[in-house]
Structure formats: C-alpha cells, structure tokens
Write a protein that binds this ligand. Structure first.
Ligand code: XMP
Length: 509
C-alpha cells in the first residue's frame, strides 16, 4: 500500500483515487503521523500531498523529518515538495506571482519517474511558493517556462518532488507519472481489486460476527444499500435490515424497498411504520434546524425500540465511507461553520452499546458503486440521487401535515418521472420539488383558484459542496409544470429555482 500524508489540499482524495485506479491500495493519514507509524509492513511508498499553507507560515503543517530516513520512496507534490525541500536543507521562496493553470513541461533528465513519457507535455499548476534551491543530492528532472524546478529528485534515496499536480485531469499523463512512481520506484504490487476486497471483507465479517445477529438501518440510499448487500452476502439472515418509514419519504419508496430488498434480494427486512409518531412531533414546527433535531432524535428512539424487539443484537452495521473517516490537516484549521446539521445515525452506536461494523469505511463513493455492481444491486439504486435524511420535511415549507406531504410527494414524483423520461436523470445531481406556503390566484376552466406553489429544483454538482442550477430544456420544464398543475389539485403555480450554491443551498431548508 501507499500512504498519503494530507497537508490539506483539496486534491488529496484525488491522489488516493488515482493510486487505487492503478490497482494499489492507498490510505490518507494526518501529516503529523510519526515516521515509525508510517514504516508498517506492506507500506511501499509515501506521498506528501499539496496544501493551502506556505512553508514559511507559522503553524504550517510539517511532517516528521525522520520519514526521509525510512528508506521508503517519497513523492512530494506541490506543498509536499516544498516542505521536503525545506526539511532537507534546500530553499523555498514566495514566488513574485504564483503559477496557476496550464504549463508546458519539459523532462530534462532521464529517471524512472518519467520512463517512457514524451519529453514534452502539459501539466497543471497551482502554487504560490517555489523551490529556489533544491537540497543537496537532488537533481532537476523537469522544468516549465516559469519554473526551473518543476520536478526534482534524489534518485539514490528515492525522493521525488513535483511542483505541478499529476492527480488532476488537466495534467496530461498524470496517471502515467503515478504508475511510474508506483511500479518502477516503489515496486508496489497491483493487488487492489474490488473483487478480492469483496471476498476478503466477507471472510472478515464472518470471523468477526460468528453466530451473532447484526442490525443495519437501511435508508434506500447507495451507501446503506451496498453495505447491506455486502453483509447479506457474508452472513445471510443473521443481518436484519431496519427500514424506518418516517412519513417523510418519496412516493412509492416503501413499496420499492420492500420489493427490491425484501423480495428480490431476499434480505431479512423489517419495515417500521413510524409515520404517525414523526408527524405528531413535527406538527406546527417551521424552523429547519428544529425539524432536523426532532427527526434525528425520533429516529434513534424508533430504531432502538425496533432493535430491542429483535432480541439480543450485538452488532450494528453502518455504510460509513472513507471520506467521512479521514482526519485531514484542513479540518484542524478552522472548521467550517454549521450551515445545516445533517441528519445521520452517528449518535446510534454509542447509545446502543453495540459493536460497530463499517464494511465500506475504506472505500470512496465510486468504489462503493462498483462494489454494488459486483453485488448485483440494480443501477436504479446505485445511481440514485441523494435524498436528505430528514426527507420531505425539509422540502415542505408549508406546515407539515399529511395533506401538504401528499401534494409534495405527487409533485416530486412528476419531476423525477419527467426527468427520467427525458434521459436526464443521471445527468443531474439532484432533481426534486419543494412545496411553498405561498398561495396565488389562478384560473382553471372558468373558475378562480387560490392555491399553493411548487418550486422545481434541479442542480448539477460533483460533490454537493457547490452546485449550479441545471439548464433543463424548456419542453421538459413545460411538461413538468403542466402535469403538476393538472394532476396535483392544491398546486396552481410552478416556479423553477435558478439559484446556484453558494450562495443558495441545494435544499431549501
Ligand atoms: P445543501 O442543501 O446543504 O445540501 O446544499 C447538500 C447535499 O446534502 C443533502 N442534504 C442532507 N442530507 N441530511 C442528509 O442526509 C440532511 O439533513 C441534509 N440536508 C441536505 C442535500 O440533499 C444535498 O445532496
């Protein structure tokens, strides 16, 4: 495996994914991890990521200098190169003007890092500091017009540094550079395959669980579905999937889950209808944060009660993914403000005093989808749009009651159906309806109406952190609007949300 020290770059996870795509397992660790903890059996090399700091800055993250004496190959990228240069006695300076965007790279010396690469290619830069003087023992491997030290190395100690970012797709041949580092310099075996991961995980789960029972909260989303399918493959009916109907689900959701997971996949599925409890607690609540708190708390109560009914259960399984587990340098430097307190079942394990099983905790989202395919989950589950834990509650801005939820559900189903029909479902990140408490006047036939408004939201995004409104074709919007107004009695106006995130958010609450 390859260990990546994360200095807080927005691209660190991309480095990990590039390496895994090449068949070598990679993990991300804190930049201050002591050298002796890095020199574990199986570790074939280290990567020092980029980062937002300047090496001269007070408090900038510095790795354990002893890592350069472990005899492991090291690849420093951008900040990683600069911090390596500094620790090994070279000089780094603040560039007069940083170098951002594309640059033409020229390899000047042969080395295993550039083996079989053309001498010229395009690379992508993003840095304010630069190497003025490489450390003793280092040679220059490549330059760009602006940057005489675009790639440097001490081949004897197998220490390599790149000023540019090989992990981004704007760098041509970035994958080949990683492949050279992995296979020609680290001599790492390409043994990371999802199919072998699957076999290994099943064996590990069986060994851990023995004859005990396991419970898992199935939400119908990608992560919990894949976790459930993996556990079911490993332990069959010792896995109990609990699906809580909180009354805030999309149209047809309960039936879909029953059909797909209960009948088709054959899971031991327990559907708990708790809708009345949730709706009673939400009556008259308008504040979005209070909604989330109430729903989060109620979910824990319902889950605990249902678990107790199953008898003694020692294990709780969750579909936690790798990005949720990484402790990066960036997280320490000023945590982001809480914009919305996202609901998840994070509070459960502590309260329930169960042993936790998180079979996906080493995987990225795309790997989880690929694993789901191996486990024969249908595409309609694996490529589903995200749906918030508090469900329709945060999309119903009108008072929450069964009537308003029914209107919202019907409008939402039309939005999704028409977007699917137009072949756009997988082109957009999310598409849904929001019910607004605004009433306006309309005419239908000869009669005056005075009814509610539905907002349609469709966004394009890569990770949900930023988003732009989707440029849906006029005909699709028109079909959505006509159908909602004709088919959903109680809504007489449809508007399209054209705000991007930031400054808006994807959900309305
Ligand atoms: P926002 O509205 O913050 O949403 O731009 C970003 C992404 O997160 C989803 N979301 C939630 N997911 N519980 C969840 O599990 C929540 O409380 C929640 N709020 C927003 C949202 O659907 C989008 O994909």
């Amino acid at each position: 495996r390859i260990v990546i020290l994360d200095f807080g770059s927005q691209y660190t996870q991309l480095i990990a994914r590039r390496i895994r795509e090449l068949g070598v397992f990679s993990e991300i660790v804190s930049p201050e991890t002591p050298a002796r903890a890095l020199a574990r059996p199986g570790v074939k090399g280290l990567v020092l990521s980029g980062g937002p700091s300047s090496v001269a800055q007070e408090g900038a993250p510095v790795p354990d200098p002893a890592l350069f004496t472990l005899g492991l190959p090291v690849l420093g990228i951008c900040y990683g190169l600069q911090v390596m240069t500094r620790l090994l006695g070279g000089e780094v300076e603040r560039a007069k003007s940083g170098e951002y965007g594309r640059a033409a790279l020229e390899w000047r010396a042969s080395s295993p890092l550039s083996a079989e690469l053309p001498s010229h290619s395009t690379v992508w830069n993003s840095h304010g500091d630069r190497v003025l003087q490489p450390p003793k023992g280092f040679v220059v491997l490549a330059r760009t017009q602006e940057e005489p030290h675009a790639a440097i190395a001490d081949p004897d100690r197998r220490l390599y540094g790149l000023q540019f970012h090989p992990e981004v797709t704007h760098t041509d041949l970035g994958k080949e550079i990683f492949a050279n580092f992995l296979f020609r310099i680290c001599h790492a075996p390409a043994s990371w395959k999802l199919s072998s991961f699957l076999d290994r995980s099943c064996a590990e789960i069986r060994a851990k669980v023995g004859g005990e029972q396991v419970i898992l909260g199935l939400s119908g989303g990608v992560d919990s579905s894949v976790a459930a399918a993996l556990l079911h493959r490993a332990i069959g009916d010792q896995l109990h999937c609990l699906f809580v109907d909180n009354g805030l689900l999309r149209q047809g959701e309960v039936e879909t889950v029953r059909h797909l997971f209960g009948e088709q996949m054959g899971f031991a599925l327990h559907v708990v209808d708790a809708s009345a409890r949730f709706l009673a607690k939400l009556r008259g609540v308008a504040d979005p944060e209070r909604k989330r708190k109430i729903i989060g708390r109620e979910f824990i109560h319902v889950f605990e009660e249902a678990a107790r009914k199953l008898g003694p259960v020692r294990f709780l399984a969750q579909g936690t993914l790798y990005p949720d587990c990484i402790e990066s340098a960036a997280a320490g430097h000023g945590r982001p403000a809480v914009i919305k307190s996202h609901h998840n079942v994070g509070g459960l394990p502590k309260r329930m005093k169960m042993h936790l099983i998180e079979p996906l905790r080493l995987l990225f989202k795309d790997e989880v989808r690929a694993l789901g395919e191996l486990l024969e989950l249908p595409r309609e589950i694996l490529f589903r749009h995200p749906f918030p834990g508090p469900g329709l509650a945060v999309r119903c801005l009108a008072p929450i009651n069964p009537h308003h939820l029914a209107l919202l559900r019907a409008a939402d189903a039309i939005v999704v159906e028409e977007i699917r029909r137009a072949g756009l479902y997988e082109e957009v990140w999310q598409a849904f309806a929001v019910l607004l408490p605004a009433r306006s006047v309309g005419v239908m036939g000869d009669a005056r109406t005075y009814e509610l408004t539905a907002a349609v939201r469709a966004v394009q995004s890569v990770d949900g952190m930023t988003a732009d409104w989707a440029r849906l074709p006029g005909e699709v919007l028109s079909r959505i609007s006509n159908r909602i107004i004709q088919e959903v009695r109680g809504i007489n106006r449809v508007v399209y949300d054209i705000s991007s995130k930031p400054p808006a958010t994807i959900e309305w609450e």
